[in-house]
Ligand binder design. Structure first.
Ligand SMILES: Cc1ncc(COP(=O)(O)O)c(C=O)c1O
Length: 533
């Protein structure tokens, strides 16, 4: 494919699970509006729910209906209130809608009458952002309108909510002022006898920095996708989800003094190699990127030479050997030295959200449940087996251990609770490791000796980068050990040229797990050929 945005759905799941730890006793609403910030709403919604989100949030009714059509029946809130949207269909589909004015309550109540069932309505207080929602002056009237509609059986008041103006500016005085205003709004509602299912206020930045903002639910948007608006971007425990790549359409060697692209604003200083990237401003590569070192190739950055055109731009590769068809990475998680969306945002004077949502729909999204990384080697020879119980998962680990040799890397993927540690316990038993293999969640890595080969068990969940694995300073050579990494997909592939990837998926509505063994490079395909899972 000449250009693609790879979306690592495992990273969405892992990001949500990591965020869940940060906001204990609080539910997570996964904000998947605007096609999940350009990442693909339906798939990201599923991945976020798998990670522990219990609500979904979108901007428009049509986005909500699309999620429902895709079979997502989780609680779902439409954050914007726009007259003329398909409220009736939303009400029929059990979607929560928002109102922040008496008129909006009226629109919803009328739609509920037509739908023949009560609307699930959330009331929005404007506590200082001056966007949607009722101001303190109009809040009591909005509550009264909602109470009248409730008395007529037209609505259930399911939520009360608000939104911060400056949550990404830690310490900004408006944050506390808005919290106070929201508490006031809640108190007025309480006095009027309104007891909603949920009260919520925090977006990603607030949830990560202001625990008083958590209430019952926090609304994570950018954080799901590893993006952030706080200074410096998302915290390192979150993994960027999208990788944007393109194959060079052509390359050419040009002499010094060659003007490049519209306006000839860029002029080569010496003989150099130019590469043509088939992405342009119609795909979301902003014209303002001209001159920035934002093209990643083989771990280095090269400048965007001259004007970005509608569907192409030129990169100056200097003397780097490069050929037509080579893949350039514009942004990604940063594992391979490529720029991140955060860096694009900083270079272009915007935020990473605008960078990711700006990538046009015509750029194909390629979804990987088991991160394909920037340079994952083929061939993949999957073999799947269903494992119904923990005992059988352990037994599978024991049998797998029979295949393992010193220097092997095994990457375990799958949602929380899928059985990754149980499988590792089996591997430990199969290697003859004495004692119990317990999850290394809090210590990140444990070395188990005393078996046929030392077992290094890593939980990469909290690791931001591969470098942090080196920093662990394990007193064992990985070449002499078997290394099993939970949550390692997309992060630790570089530790070994060949590896076995074990993907564990929970089967819907059952205790059974599907285990897929994927051979990646080396002689793994041969080794798996004779293996009975
Ligand atoms: C009302 C509301 N809540 C939550 C969010 C999520 O914000 P963030 O992506 O910063 O987490 C948004 C996004 O703009 C929003 O408009």
């Amino acid at each position: 494919m000449d250009r693609q945005a790879r979306v690592d759905l495992d990273a969405v799941t892992a990001n949500v699970t990591a965020l869940r730890d940060r906001v204990p006793d609080t539910k997570i609403m996964a904000v998947v509006k605007q096609d999940a910030y350009g990442h693909g709403a339906v798939r990201c919604a599923r991945a976020a729910l798998a990670g522990g989100a219990s609500w979904l949030g979108v901007a428009h009714v049509d986005e909500a209906l699309e999620l429902r059509r895709a079979g997502l029946d989780a609680p779902l809130l439409v954050l914007l209130a726009v007259p003329g949207e398909e409220h009736e269909a939303a009400i029929r589909d059990g979607v929560d809608v928002t109102a922040g004015s008496v008129a909006q309550v009226g629109i919803v109540a009328a739609a509920a009458r037509r739908a023949g069932r009560p609307a699930r309505l959330q009331l929005k207080a404007d506590t200082g952002l001056s966007r949607g929602g009722a101001t303190p002056a109009t809040w009591p009237a909005v509550l009264d309108a909602a109470l009248s509609a409730r008395a007529e059986g037209l609505i259930t008041i399911t939520g009360l909510w608000s939104h911060f103006a400056c949550a990404d500016m830690p310490g900004h005085p408006s944050v506390q002022a808005q919290l106070t205003a929201f508490h006031d709004a809640l108190a007025i509602a309480d006095k009027k006898g309104i007891a909603p299912e949920i009260r919520h206020m925090a977006n990603s930045a607030a949830a990560l920095t202001v625990p008083e903002s958590w209430f019952d639910v926090v609304r994570f948007g950018g954080a799901l996708y590893g993006l952030g608006t706080l200074p410096g971007g998302a915290p390192s425990f979150l993994r960027p989800v999208m990788t944007l790549t393109a194959r060079l359409a052509m390359v050419k060697r040009v002499p010094p003094g060659t003007g490049v692209s519209y306006g000839l604003h860029y002029v080569t200083k010496r003989e150099t190699t130019l590469g043509l990237v088939p992405l342009g401003y119609a795909d979301g590569i902003r014209r303002a990127a001209r001159g920035h070192l934002l093209a990643g190739f083989r771990g280095r950055r090269f400048p965007i030479a001259g004007t970005v055109c509608m569907d192409q731009f030129v990169v100056d590769f200097g003397d780097e050997p490069v050929a037509a068809g080579d893949e350039v990475t514009l942004f990604g998680p940063g594992d391979h030295g490529e720029p991140t969306a955060q860096e694009w945002g900083e270079a272009l004077g915007t935020i990473s959200y605008e960078v990711a949502t700006g990538i046009g729909p015509e750029v194909p999204r390629i979804f990987s449940q088991n991160d394909i990384g920037a340079s994952r080697p083929a061939p993949l020879i999957p073999s799947t087996t269903d494992v119904p119980t923990d005992t059988e998962m352990r037994a599978l680990g024991e049998r797998l251990a029979g295949l393992l040799r010193a220097g092997d890397l095994v990457i375990l993927s799958g949602p929380l609770g899928a059985g990754k540690t149980t499988l590792t316990q089996g591997i430990g038993a199969g290697l003859g490791v004495p004692g119990r293999v317990v999850s290394p969640t809090f210590v990140i890595a444990r070395v188990h000796r005393g078996g046929r080969i030392p077992l290094v068990h890593v939980d990469a969940y909290r690791l931001g980068s591969l470098a942090e694995v080196d920093d662990l300073d394990l007193d064992v050579e990985l070449a002499d050990s078997v290394t099993v990494v939970e949550w390692g997909a997309g992060l630790v592939e570089q530790l070994a040229e060949a590896r076995l990837v074990v993907q564990i998926d929970r089967l819907p509505d059952s205790e059974e797990r599907a285990v897929t063994l994927v051979a990646e490079g080396g002689d793994w395909a041969d080794r798996l050929a004779g293996f009975e899972p």
